[in-house]
Design a protein around this ligand. Sequence first.
Ligand SMILES: [Zn+2]
Ligand SMILES: [Zn+2]
Length: 244
Amino acid sequence: MTMFFLLAQMLKLDSKSKYETMKIFTLKLGVTNCYLLQEKGTVLIDAGESRKCGKFLAELKKLGVAPEEISLIVVTHTHWDHIGCAKRIQALTKAKVAVHANEKRILENGELSMPPGATRWGKFLSPIFAKWSEKFNIEPVGADIIIENALSLEEYGIDAEAIFTPGHSSGSVSVLLPTGEAFVGDAAMNMFPLTFRPGPPIFAEDLNGLKKSWQTLINKGAKKIFPAHGKPFDIELIKRQLFG
Ligand SMILES: [Zn+2]
Ligand SMILES: [Zn+2]
């Protein structure tokens, strides 16, 4: 009887720890980390910059993932370095594209947008980046799924939620796993010469909104931050800089 009980407990534990089967891959398209989450299904977060689309299939092959395995592309926001290959990746994978309602128009028109600086350095860089990005051609892509407050990724085989986290842009979203990994797009940055240390972004449309979004992520259990630019880092660094 005890054996059965132990076995049942073990199985129960096993089914709870979904993370053991969750794989997190980083697929770099230019300056942008696109994250590939693979559990029962496969979901791509962000779609890189347009001059690097040619790398997508080769990078995917290196990870041992077939294009048709990807059933959903979550666009964290619609800046040029996050949607540059959305159309081409959508065509290769036949995945659905999810975007927040506030940025549907930008995605579907292939518009170029650049947020204002949130720091002195950001204010200096913003017009330079805006000028630089003009040469990139963004192919418009239709939005299949419109995110409002949140979207569960369960239907796509991933135990995670895309959450509305505006601030960097008006329609920014983050993907949060129940184990605390947060894929936040540009709600955080950790890449020179954008930032000199991991922390909040140097560009933002609404700093108060950004702070509120971070509070939401913290309240929901975010622990490890995966920015679109640079390496992952601990949430404590955000807490110290925004709420310290
Ligand atoms: Zn951005
Ligand atoms: Zn970016």
